[in-house]
Write a protein that binds this ligand. Sequence first.
Ligand SMILES: Nc1ncnc2c1ncn2[C@@H]1O[C@H](COP(=O)(O)OP(=O)(O)O)[C@@H](O)[C@H]1O
Ligand SMILES: Nc1ccn([C@H]2C[C@H](O)[C@@H](COP(=O)(O)OP(=O)(O)O)O2)c(=O)n1
Length: 439
Amino acid sequence: MMLKRAMFRCGQLCSRVFAVEFDLRTEPLYFTLSSTPQELHQAHQQLFGGDEKLFSLHVHSDSRTEKARTHAEIKHKLSVALSRDCDVFEASAFIPDVKNSVVKGFFIRDKSTTSLSEDVLKTLQQSKSVCVFSYKREGQYCWQELWSPVNQVEESVRQYVTPAAAAERHPSTLNITSSDVYYCMNDAYEVLRECTDIIPESKEVLKLVNEQLETSRGDAFPVIVIEGLDATGKTTLTEALRESLNATLLKSPPQCLAPFRQRFDSEPPLIRRAFYALGNYITAAHIGKESLRAPVIVDRYWHSTAAYAIATAVGGRVENLPKPGSELYQWPEDLLQPNLVLLLTVSPEERLRRLRDRGQDKTVEEAELEINQLFRLKVEEAYKRIQNPACIIVDASPSPREVLQQVEHLIRNKCHLKTTSSLPDETRSHAISPHTTRW
Ligand SMILES: Nc1ncnc2c1ncn2[C@@H]1O[C@H](COP(=O)(O)OP(=O)(O)O)[C@@H](O)[C@H]1O
Ligand SMILES: Nc1ccn([C@H]2C[C@H](O)[C@@H](COP(=O)(O)OP(=O)(O)O)O2)c(=O)n1
């Protein structure tokens, strides 16, 4: 039964292009499978040409939540259970330019002479969602076959590794919609609804969404979002703006979701990003209400949700990001738009200094960001590519006072507002009215 299922999965994969993130600084290695022997290119020789043991495994399931969780579990197991003699690379099997065609997995290169990797794969293969292949060599050729720890899989035919041209779109960009980034509330809502059995907190989050959603936005005061990586000065600036504009300060995710955040941060992207996406809709409802009374400053919003999600989903280099203008950078049609989005930027050195000076707990992701220069670059680049509204970049390296003045100036120009921080305290209230704005 298990073998039959594996054979079926194998058949589904064979017509796809495989990509292995062999070296994150360059393009993935792409190959297809062919029934006739094919000579390997020099680049492919680096992976397939040695005498190490090679395996790949792919995760299938009709349930997207099960697939996402199994993939995350496998990633964790491979990182803790394999020996130091094993290299694990992210891998995928996909149909070029076909959305949602990616089957994610891993490629394993085992330089050891022990059977540890086989033992680990044997336990992973117990899962009905996992399909394992091994790679064998003969002369200059390398073929892939379905792997079984017990007996030779007789029906499995040799499928020769055949170098393939680079894909125009990096495969990791094919599955982003509704797996990493949600372009309407319902898509994110559905994911959490599918999780209510395995993550009971999902019910509470959905209840909060149902209770708080109501978007009203009439002749409103302006809404200004402040974005940026951790420690770029968002909290410092948003609090100063609250005072100088006599504004309401909101954040996304909203305070009511704080008790659940850690729980969802430990989930794979499919679920974690759905949580943050729903947070934006709750914040949007708060913005709708509050902007009837005063200007609203928002600390992180959709730009953060999309930029972090895209940067995490896309492996390797900045060049792998979806190209500028891609539909993946579009704002969701059903999410309230702010009037202005400002992106605070500082040099990596200054940001590290601020992080160290602050010396407080960082989310795991932010800790990784610190050591992972590539990821940081991708988040910033994704921020800059988001459209409608796009963000305006603010150099946040000067003193807090200078940054505030710079931002007040921008708000005055872009929102046709009067800000009054340079005025004496007693004249400082209600300088902004909905009627002085253009929207
Ligand atoms: N313009 C600035 N110049 C120097 N230090 C700053 C500036 N803005 C903020 N900081 C300091 O940098 C650290 C991070 O700022 P914070 O406002 O908490 O950033 P964020 O909210 O973006 O994580 C804090 O210790 C803060 O006092
Ligand atoms: N609106 C938001 C806000 C944060 N996120 C995600 C993106 C990152 O994974 C983290 C960053 O949040 P973090 O707590 O480190 O940021 P702050 O310290 O609050 O500035 O949260 C999001 O997806 N959408």
